[in-house]
Design a protein around this ligand. Structure first.
Ligand SMILES: [Zn+2]
Length: 88
């Protein structure tokens, strides 16, 4: 029984590690359908551990920051865009 639980956790480790990624659904589907092929599991693991591309942050002198996703200006100390919620 313990082996079954640990095996299931190990099998879905890429999905667990990538659950808060932007494309967590893709990682889960790859893990679920191709994890048994080992190479599919390895690819899902690499995908889950890879860094996500960050939206560029543009800093305009004297005008605060501009959101890299939607282009909305953000006030001085804001850490998140007030329009789309993206971290700036
Ligand atoms: Zn935004």
């Amino acid at each position: 029984m313990t082996f079954l639980v640990l095996g299931t956790l190990l099998y879905f480790l890429p999905s667990i590690l990538g659950h808060n990624k932007h494309n967590a659904a893709g990682i889960f589907l790859l893990n679920f359908f191709l994890g048994w092929t080992v190479i599919g599991w390895v690819i899902a693991m690499i995908w889950a551990c890879s860094a996500e591309p960050r939206a560029p942050v543009f800093v305009v002198a004297g005008a605060g920051r501009i959101c890299g996703r939607c282009g909305a200006p953000c006030v001085g100390g804001a850490r998140y865009c007030s329009v789309c919620g993206m971290a700036v």
